[in-house]
Each structure stands twice: as structure tokens, then as C-alpha cells.
Design a binder for this molecule. Structure first.
Ligand code: NOJ
Length: 965
């Protein structure tokens, strides 16, 4: 037999080869399209698109049937009220109450409802107990302020007949031109039209009508009759929606004349600059859809719906940003079409010759639209945040690195991972437990065999200031002797089906019920479950992950709940679907606030499903992505888009959820993930373990370096979070946001700025790439973060070396960047560490920066317990000035921080004369005499800027001081 292998050996070899190859080949996975509706399969989407097509086809021969009854118009206290009449026939007109509110903030709000439904003057089919009104409570979940009516808004007296003009906004420089017949509205700023409603004539309020059964065989006699095929019932994927109120959708066209780019309306796996949706090369042929859903193996470059929805769209052109917010919680689709501008002859320049027309339609509810006239992206962030709330300032640990996988399998496993991070000197702050920590998938109950000692585990984590996050989903296992399930049922706190019985569906635990957080009693109960005495085995370092809250229902239509399910108050699920997820987060948030009397800590919650307003309570991530380079690349526009849409605490699963990343991909993903405001590694249960310390060298060290870089910059990150929490600004910012007048940068969504620090990075997101082509907009000097190589020249791309071990980062001249350079095991352990300030000089030898610090844990900052400084370099001196507002807790906090000092100041690109300098003068407020500190100048060759280092100036971070060079 010599020379021949036995058959079994051959087989073993063959199989090994197959397995080995299998490790490198990622199976081609993609979404099951048949599980999710296309527009043509959704009755109201099809109807509204057809309506638009019909209107366009008829052209000038067509006139919108909506007319504002001139005699109904009243204007009082910043609010215009009237009735729009929809002509059904010469005799029949449907009354649609209109309210246009002009808010003190300069935002306008347009609400259109339907009188018959408001009065309950309609008949429901199938003996349904659903509510008759159009849903008008989204506001309750979403809006937290900014609704004060303008005191100065007035109706312009000299107007043509059939037009009402309202002056409003700052110095009454805005104008709403409301044309009565047909009804349309133009919003003007400084005499120019920026937003138009119904100028295309797509306004469509599907009024209530009774179902009239046509006599059999009658069809031919009524050729003009509308197609009622989707009015009264709709079936998809074997599920039939009973639609007790018949057709009730609302639709409206919103045009941005002269605007070439529109951004926003997350969540979609697509470019940040939204594409056209009516076909054509590079365009979509489906509208962008907003219908929160658990889309398994979602596809990229797609307008398909995903887990969350924020119906905020902003239109941008050089020098102007405007926006609209469509407050409607029902399923919504948005078509986008761009045309050459005829309406706006003032719009000049190659990139701005376009009008962008958007067409919005929702299945139910009112038209409730907020119009923002900018004129800057920052103004949109601010005003939208005033309405829906700003990002909650998170606990400090939450902005550090999170280690997750499905699943750490025992408490010993968790402790072991914890020890390994320390052994390999890789910092992390939070470890996560997915589903499998539970006993039989019963939320709030630990598996007694695998997690016998959760408290011991949490105590070990606490030794290094680390935290634990555990998963709590909204579906409750339908099981006897499970107290939570029994209470949910006996107290009637669950969502009901259309017949008013408790709704049962399938999710992780098998047969389940869903807590109905629209019910105040359910919220009260849910809140109570987080108390330490109730959720046994949790300490104060435990936080919550709300997953599957779209809600995901494995056997439901489109993997969610039937639309005719009923919630508290008899609202149909159809009415509230997109806010459903945040009602759970809201209750969880309150629960975390009330775990123990007197213990007030900022909650941390991660949510998968979201709507406008979620930013006040939670962080989000982009759900179940895949370990591919394409998914890595897509994470950037997705995170950036969330940021400009008011929900910046966003991230994507580092490493990719499904499948096993190659070592290079994992490394590049960490180097990208350090720029997500929410930075968490996560992996599916079927993947191989990939904690960074398990990866072989050199990748392990490269990943560790990347994580340390995040930790080094945490002071800058926390400052950016603070800015988001008071101004709504994105934490990481796209090019257009940082350079709103540079047209060439508007579509760039693969590089980002960190807060206001001037740090610009373009992570490497493609295989084998070793350079980054970073686009620079302005004429400032930009310096390589690590070696100060200079890049200068606006309006073009610069090649920055980016071998595997290097994250390509530039610093824009003109900034002071706060850092903490001492590596530690967790961010909690860095609390008292000294600061390094990097002063990057601009063309005029000046620089500016801010730092915000507080205890990172409590709400004491609301009472002044924080440090907020402005650093300014000018005329050869760096100064620190207080920009905070004093509160009752300021003095104590300042005292506690007195010993936290600046240990190093690095000045990038100082004047040559500094070569001679050996000391600088340091003047700290309150110090009797000025002191000195040593300075060293480092000359550099080969395109690298010189730099100087002041060693230990020893000034307190919270005090006023000045360093004279
Ligand atoms: C779905 C989530 O998207 C994923 O991150 C999680 O691991 C699984 N649910 C299991 O809980």
C-alpha cells in the first residue's frame, strides 16, 4: 500500500480542505425580499404613487381638489386656523381642519386632520373596537418643548385675493404664503422660496367613506370607479389585515427648490445623500420606507426599511440648509425626484441647479409637519432638538469600549474575559450579556446553572469600574409559573389582537405576549421590574439593552405585529407602529431611574428600534450587519446620517454580526469603530470567539492601539457628547456639516470630523488598501495626528499613508484638543488622570478648543457640578477660561477636581524662534507668583511640522490660567 493513502485519509483531507475553504468564503446571504412589501404590494403606497403619476400625467389640465375655505380662516396668537375642503363631487366636500402654528423658534407646524373622524362620525367595520380618530398622540412620545407660539407673527395686510401671507421667524423675516385654491404653501426666507407644500398637487387625504358593496356584475357599468382592491382588506404573506377604518392614508409633496442634496430619514443602509427613487441609472426604483422591522440579513444601498425611523429630512445647498419633520408614527414611504430648477432662478452654481421634490405618504394618522428654515445645519440640529429633545449626556463609561457577543456563557466566562483584557492590557469598560444568561428565555430571571453568582461577577467588574449590560426584550414568554408572564396577563398589560384578546405570537422564548407600554399601568409595572429587589442579581453597575422592540414577531406579517392589533386607548398598531419601540425604552429609562430610592444615576439603554425622540433616553446601533468590507463601509454613512438626524449616539457591531471576519477586516473594523459614538463589538452565536486578545499578532497589538486611541481622546469625545446634549450637534460630523459652503464635499460620507475638535479621519474600509484619500475643503493646514506631516490645499483629496497599523487621522489647524495619555484598564480608572492639550496652530497662529468634564455618572451637572473651559491660543499665549454657568454644586465639584492638572502641552507648528526657548511662564489664577515650566522644541524634516512640548505646566484643569511662550 506504500505511496497510497487509505481512502479515509483522503476523505479527511478533502473534508478538511472544504472546511478550511469554508472559513474564507462568506456565504452569499441577502435579505428575503418576499418577506417585506414592495411599494406595489402596499395598498396605500401604490395608491399614492398612482395618484402622483396621474397628477403629473394630466399636467396643466389638472387642479388639486383641495381648497382652503377663505371664509374659515382665522389668525390668532401665532396660529392660523381654517378648513380645507376636499371636493369629491360638485355637491360633496370633505372638511379637513387645518392648523398652521408659527412657533417662537421660527419653526412652522402644519397640521391637517379630518372632521368626520375627529367627531367619531364614521362607522367601523367588523365590529372593531378601534379608535375612530386619526392618531394624534405621537406628540406625546416625541415632542418635549419648542411649541411656544410666536408673539410677533402677523398676517400681512396687503395681499392679493385668495392668498394669506404670514410673516414670522427672526425679525419676521420668514414668510408663509398660503394659497387658498388650490391649497398650497410656500415658505420663504429673505424673499426666497425654500420649501413648498403641495405645489406638485400630490396632497391626498383619504377621507372616510362607507364600504358600498357593488351589486354583482355591475363592474362594467362603472368604468370610472376607483380600484378599491386595497381599501378594505389587504393580504400579504398569508396575513390578512382587516382595516376596520378603510383607506385613510395621507400624502403630500414637499419641494426644496434649488436644493440638490437631501439627507436624513434614517434608518436605511444607503448613502447619506439620498437618491432619487423613481428609477434611472444609480437611482432606486422603490421609495425610502419607514416601517420599523427586524430585517434579517439586510441588504446595502437600499431604500428598504430597517429597525428605526426618524422622519426628518434636510435639504442642503451652499449657504443654506432647510428641513422638514413629518410627525406620523404609521408606516411611511418617501419618494425623491430631482429636476432642473425652474422655480428658483437665483440658485446658481453647477451643484445647485436642481429642485428636489419629495413625496411623503403614511398609511394613517394626520398630516403633522414641521418646517425648518435653517439657514445652517447647526440651526436645524438646534431647533429639531428643541422639539424632540437632545441626546442625554451619557454616563462616561458608555462612550468607552463595549465588549459584547451572543453569548458569554457563564459568569465564570465573563470573569475570564475580564481578566484577559487586563492580561493583554486592552482597555474596556462594559461587558454584555445577550439572551443566553436567562433561564429559559424568561426576562429578569438568571439561568441558575450558568449564572449562579451574578453579584460576584458584577463585583469583580466593579473592581475596575467596569459595567455589565443585560438584554431585556419586550416579548414575555407565555408560561405558567413565570411571575412576570402571569402578572402581565392578570393585570391586562399586554397588547391585544383585533378581537380584544391578548395577542400571542412567536419570538425567542417561543409563544409570547408583548407588554403594551402605551398603557400607563403597564409602564408603571415595567418600571418596577428593574428595582434591585425585583431584578435579583443586579447591582448599580448593571444597565439594559432593549432589543427586538420594532416589535419583532417571528410569525407576524413582515416579522412584526398585525396592524389591526390594539393598544391602550384602542389605537390600532397601524397608528403607532413606528413609536412602539421608544415606548418600551421610555419605561425602561424610568425604571433605571427608580431602581433604589435616593440613587440617581444616568441610565444607559441600547435600543434597536427607534423613532424621533429616542436620543433623550438611549443609544442605537445598526442591528444585524455582516462581517464584510461592504458592511464596514456602510456603517459610516449610517452612523453619520443618524448624527445629523438628531440621534448621534450611534454605532454598528464592530467585526460584523454574522460570519467570521478575517483578521484584517476585524482590525480595520476596530479602527473604524473607534469613531462610532457608540463603540461596541458584537457577534452572532454561531461565530468564532473574537475578543481582541484572542487575535494573533500583529493584529492584536494593532487593535489594542486603536482602542487605546479611543481612550486617549475620551475627553474630546465627552466634550462632543456634551455639545450634542445642549445643541443637538452630531458627535461625528459629515463633511457638509463642517463645511456647508463647499459643494464638492456635500456627498462625502466616508470621512468624518470628531465634534468641534478639527480631528478629521477617513477610516480604511476596503481590503488591502494602504492609503486614505482624504478630502480637504479649506486652505488651513492639516497635520497628521501621529507625526505632524502637513497637508494643505483646499478642494482636493490628499493621499495619507494608512498601512494596516495606522489609522489615517488629520488635525485641522486652529484647534486645541484635550486628551488623556496614560493607558488604563477602564475609563473609570482614568477619572483623576492629568490632561494633555494639543494646540494645533492655524494660519494666523491661533487655536481654540473646549473641554467639558463632570462626574460622568450623576445628574449633579444639572446643578453646576462640572467644568467647562475654553482654551485659546493667541499672541504667543495659551489661556484657559471658564465658560460654564455657576450652580449650587459648582464649588464642591471644582474643589474635588483641584488636583486634576495639565501634565503636557504640545504645540504643533510653532514659530522657529521657539528653538531658543527653554522655559515658559505659567500664571494660574489665585497663585501668588508666576511659575515656569520647561519647553522643548523638536525640529522635523520631510514635510513634517516642528512641534514643542511644555512639560508639566502643572495648572489645574478647572482653573483660569495662562501659559506665555
Ligand atoms: C437580535 C439583535 O440584533 C442581536 O444583536 C442579538 O444578538 C440577537 N437579537 C439575540 O438577542
Amino acid at each position: 500500500m506504500a505511496g497510497r493513502r487509505p481512502l479515509s485519509t483522503c476523505w479527511t483531507l478533502f473534508l478538511s480542505l472544504v472546511i478550511l475553504l469554508g472559513c474564507f468564503i462568506i456565504p452569499g446571504v441577502s435579505v428575503k425580499h418576499e418577506n417585506f412589501k414592495k411599494c406595489s404590494q402596499s395598498g396605500f403606497c401604490k395608491r399614492n404613487r398612482a395618484y402622483a403619476d396621474d397628477v403629473s400625467a394630466k399636467g396643466a389640465s389638472w387642479s388639486s381638489p383641495y381648497e382652503l375655505d377663505s371664509s374659515s380662516i382665522q389668525f390668532k396668537d401665532g396660529q392660523l386656523q381654517g378648513t380645507i375642503l376636499k371636493s369629491i363631487s360638485a355637491e360633496e366636500k370633505v372638511k379637513l381642519p387645518l392648523v398652521v402654528s408659527f412657533l417662537e423658534s421660527g419653526v412652522a407646524r402644519v397640521v391637517i386632520d379630518e372632521e368626520k373622524r375627529i367627531n367619531g362620525d364614521i362607522e367601523l367595520r367588523h365590529n372593531s373596537r378601534a379608535r375612530k380618530e386619526r392618531y394624534n398622540e405621537s406628540e406625546k412620545w416625541v415632542i418635549v418643548g419648542g411649541l411656544e407660539l410666536s408673539k410677533s407673527a402677523t398676517v400681512e395686510s396687503e395681499t392679493e385675493a385668495g392668498v394669506t401671507k404670514v410673516l414670522y421667524g427672526p425679525e419676521n423675516a420668514y414668510q408663509a404664503v398660503i394659497r387658498h385654491a388650490p391649497f398650497d404653501v410656500e415658505f420663504k426666507r429673505d424673499g426666497q422660496t425654500h420649501v413648498q407644500l403641495n405645489n406638485k398637487g400630490y396632497l391626498n387625504m383619504e377621507h372616510w367613506r362607507p364600504k358600498v358593496d357593488a351589486p354583482e356584475g355591475d363592474d362594467e357599468q362603472k368604468p370610472e370607479q376607483e380600484d378599491e382592491g386595497t381599501w378594505w382588506e389587504e393580504t400579504f404573506g398569508g396575513n390578512t389585515d382587516s382595516k376596520p377604518r378603510g383607506p385613510e392614508s395621507v400624502g403630500l409633496d414637499i419641494t426644496f427648490p434649488g436644493y440638490n442634496h437631501v439627507f436624513g430619514i434614517p434608518e436605511h443602509a444607503d448613502s447619506m445623500s439620498l437618491r432619487e427613487t423613481r428609477g434611472g441609472s444609480g437611482n432606486h426604483d422603490e421609495p425610502y420606507r419607514l416601517y420599523n422591522a427586524d430585517v434579517f440579513e439586510y441588504e446595502l444601498n437600499s431604500p428598504m426599511t430597517l429597525y428605526g425611523a426618524i422622519p426628518l429630512m434636510q435639504a442642503h445647498r451652499a449657504g443654506s440648509t432647510v428641513g422638514v419633520f413629518w410627525l406620523n408614527a404609521a408606516e411611511t414611504w418617501i419618494d425623491i425626484v430631482k429636476t432642473t430648477s425652474t422655480a428658483n432662478p437665483l440658485s446658481l452654481g453647477v451643484g445647485s441647479k436642481m429642485d428636489t421634490q419629495s413625496h411623503w405618504f403614511s398609511e394613517a394618522g394626520q398630516i403633522d409637519l414641521f418646517v425648518f428654515l435653517g439657514p445652517t445645519p447647526q440651526e436645524i440640529s438646534k431647533k429639531y432638538g428643541e422639539l424632540t429633545g437632545y441626546t442625554q449626556l451619557p454616563q462616561h463609561f458608555a462612550i468607552a469600549y463595549h465588549q459584547c457577543r451572543w453569548n458569554y456563557i457563564t459568569d465564570e466566562d465573563v470573569k475570564d474575559v475580564d481578566r484577559n483584557f487586563d492580561k493583554y492590557q486592552i482597555p474596556y469598560d462594559v461587558i454584555w450579556l445577550d439572551l443566553e444568561y436567562l433561564d429559559d428565555r424568561k426576562y429578569f430571571v438568571w439561568d441558575p446553572l450558568t449564572f449562579p453568582n451574578p453579584i460576584g461577577m458584577e463585583e469583580q467588574l466593579d473592581d475596575t469600574e467596569r459595567k455589565l449590560v443585560v438584554l431585556i426584550d419586550p416579548h414575555i414568554k407565555n408560561k405558567e409559573k413565570y411571575a412576570i408572564s402571569e402578572e402581565l396577563q392578570s393585570k391586562n398589560l399586554a397588547t391585544l389582537n383585533k378581537d380584544g384578546e391578548i395577542y400571542e405570537g412567536w419570538c425567542w422564548p417561543g409563544s409570547s405576549h408583548w407588554v403594551d407600554c402605551f398603557n400607563p399601568e403597564a409602564r408603571k409595572w415595567w418600571k418596577s421590574l428593574f428595582k434591585y429587589e425585583k431584578f435579583k442579581g443586579t447591582l448599580s453597575n448593571v444597565f439594559i439593552w432593549n432589543d427586538m422592540n420594532e416589535p419583532s414577531v417571528f410569525n407576524g406579517p413582515e416579522t412584526t405585529m398585525p396592524k389591526d392589533n390594539l393598544h391602550h386607548g384602542n389605537w390600532e398598531h397601524r397608528d403607532i407602529h413606528n413609536v412602539n419601540g421608544i415606548t418600551l425604552v421610555n419605561a425602561t429609562y424610568d425604571g433605571l431611574l427608580e431602581r433604589k430610592k435616593g440613587e440617581l444615576r444616568r441610565p444607559f439603554i441600547l435600543t434597536r428600534s427607534y423613532y424621533a425622540g429616542a436620543q433623550r433616553m438611549s443609544a442605537m446601533w445598526t442591528g444585524d450587519n455582516q462581517a464584510t468590507w461592504e458592511h464596514l463601509a456602510m456603517s459610516l454613512p449610517m452612523v453619520l446620517n443618524n448624527g445629523i438626524s438628531g440621534f448621534p449616539f450611534a454605532g454598528a457591531d464592530v467585526g460584523g454580526f454574522f460570519h467570521n471576519p478575517s483578521k484584517d477586516l476585524l482590525t480595520r473594523w476596530y479602527q473604524t469603530g473607534i469613531w462610532y459614538p457608540f463603540f461596541r463589538a458584537h457577534a452572532h452565536i454561531d461565530t468564532r470567539r473574537r475578543e481582541p486578545y484572542l487575535i494573533s499578532e500583529p493584529h492584536r497589538s494593532i487593535i489594542a492601539q486603536a482602542i487605546r486611541l479611543r481612550y486617549q481622546l475620551l475627553p474630546a469625545w465627552y466634550t462632543a457628547f456634551h455639545e450634542a446634549s445642549v445643541n443637538g450637534t452630531p458627535i461625528v460630523r459629515p463633511q457638509f456639516y463642517a463645511h456647508p459652503s463647499d459643494e464638492a464635499g456635500f456627498a462625502i460620507d466616508d470621512q468624518l470630523y470628531l465634534g468641534s475638535t478639527g480631528i478629521l479621519t477617513k477610516p480604511v474600509v476596503s481590503e488591502g488598501t494602504t492609503t486614505a484619500e482624504i478630502y480637504i475643503a479649506d486652505d488651513e493646514k492639516y497635520y497628521d495626528y501621529f507625526d505632524y506631516t502637513v497637508y494643505q490645499g483646499g478642494g482636493k483629496r490628499h493621499t495619507v499613508p494608512a498601512p494596516l497599523e495606522k489609522v489615517p487621522i488629520l488635525m485641522q489647524g486652529g484647534h486645541v484638543i484635550p486628551r488623556k495619555d496614560r493607558p488604563r484598564r477602564s475609563s473609570g480608572l482614568m477619572k483623576w488622570d492629568p490632561y494633555t492639550l494639543v494646540v494645533v496652530l492655524d494660519k494666523n497662529s491661533e487655536a481654540d478648543g473646549t473641554l467639558y468634564v463632570d462626574d460622568g455618572e450623576t445628574f449633579d451637572y444639572e446643578r453646576g457640578a462640572y467644568i467647562h473651559r475654553r482654551f485659546h491660543y493667541q499672541d504667543s499665549a495659551l489661556s484657559s477660561e471658564d465658560i460654564g454657568t455657576q450652580g449650587p454644586k459648582t464649588a464642591d465639584y471644582q474643589k474635588a477636581m483641584a488636583n486634576v492638572r495639565v501634565e503636557r502641552v504640545v504645540v504643533v507648528d510653532p514659530p522657529k524662534e521657539w528653538q531658543e526657548k527653554t522655559i515658559v511662564t505659567v500664571i494660574e489664577d489665585g497663585a501668588k507668583i508666576a511659575s515656569t515650566a520647561s519647553i522643548e522644541y523638536y525640529d522635523q524634516q520631510g514635510g513634517k511640522a516642528p512641534y514643542a512640548v511644555v512639560k508639566n505646566p502643572n495648572v489645574s484643569i478647572g482653573k483660569n490660567w495662562r501659559i506665555e511662550f
